[in-house]
Design a protein around this ligand. Sequence first.
Ligand code: NI
Length: 226
Amino acid sequence: MLVTVDDVLTPAELQQVRSQLANAPWAEHQSAGPQAMLAKHNLQIPEGSEVLKGLRLTVMRALNRSPKLMSAALPNKIVPPNFNRYTADHDRYGWHTDSTLRYLPDGSCLRTDVSATLFLSDPAAYEGGELVIEDTYGEHKVKLAAGSLVLYPAGAIHQVTPVTQGERLACYLFMQSVVKDTGCRSHLYEMDQALMALRQKHGEEQAEVIRLTGLYNNLLRRWSEC
Ligand code: NI
């Protein structure tokens, strides 16, 4: 299940993030497993950089305000977001899968269930640089407006195609969901979206809306782990 969330960042936040990224230190060969490292040809802000604190705070705050993101990902824990840069010299991230286990700064462990890419450059500002995600229905090319985000299952094979012109800035992050199974999470998301539409149409107090909301919650109870 691929879900896009538009305007995760406000124009003011986007501007602030971009100006922080313009002065950020960038480095090669950051945070990837041995196999993914062979495919990774981009630049990333190294862990421990002072500028990461403010950038992460801005993104995390924005994620928390998005009901659509919460409904689709049902996050339990989130790995602190990272920021990358693709240019003609560091142009691609070939086919790879993301590591299943990530360690948080406090030493605790997180299972990646959902991956997210937040696009930070205007799509007209670069050529190429599409995020291509493979699922059972084939390959999907994603290139979103600056400030918008895509969520996809962390187990999906994916790549970023070569940037042939301009600069592609993005933020990526991983989440452990309270619902581990991708199929179950997808059912819950679709049900939740349909319920929101039903509430709009018939009101919160309609008998069937109340019953279906109860069913959603009971499925969530059955499938979730906190
Ligand atoms: Ni990846």
